[in-house]
Ligand binder design. Structure first.
Ligand code: FE
Ligand code: FE
Ligand code: MG
Length: 164
């Protein structure tokens, strides 16, 4: 871990690591929710929705990687077991038990709204304290905002198709 790099952090590093681990747990659960959703989804616009879900799954996994790398850089340990994901998650896991396309998209929109809140809070906490993690949180926040927007657009298109 970078000694000088960690000295410039204007907050308790162990508290920061705890928050990053909570977000890491969220990202793994979001990854699996999207990944599995893409496998089981049925209904209107199935191909387009599947492609979007897979794209978002890839993004969540990439976010998990960014968080784990930063945690390690800070001298922390990324959550070591899947059991811990459940214990520390902010946003939880909503199983795609109903494969209907609208239901799956709605579940993931709820997840994105939670993620947006998490990264918004993290950014506020990190501003003027840790520029590196702050930038990372903003980058992830922008992706989550895009995810929510993409999913809302799918619902909008489905409604337009219905109206003809
Ligand atoms: Fe994410
Ligand atoms: Fe997302
Ligand atoms: Mg997208």
């Amino acid at each position: 871990m970078g000694t000088k790099g960690n000295e410039i952090i204007g907050m308790d590093v162990s508290k920061l690591v705890t928050e990053l681990n909570k977000a890491l747990a969220d990202e793994w659960l979001a990854y699996y929710q999207y990944w599995l959703g893409a496998k089981v989804v049925k209904g209107q616009m199935r191909e387009a929705v599947t492609a979007e879900l897979i794209e978002h799954a890839d993004d969540e996994l990439r976010h998990a990687g960014m968080l784990a790398d930063r945690i390690t850089q800070l001298g922390g340990t990324p959550v070591l077991t899947p059991e811990e994901w459940y214990k520390v998650t902010n946003c939880g896991y909503d199983a795609p038990s109903d494969p209907h396309v609208r239901k799956i998209v709605e579940q993931n929109i709820a997840g994105e709204r939670c993620a947006i809140e998490v990264y918004q809070k993290l950014s506020t906490m990190l501003k003027d304290k840790d520029p590196i993690t702050y930038n990372m949180a903003l980058e992830i926040l922008a992706d989550e905002v895009e995810h929510e927007d993409d999913l809302e657009a799918i619902l909008e298109d489905m409604d337009l198709v219905k109206k003809g």
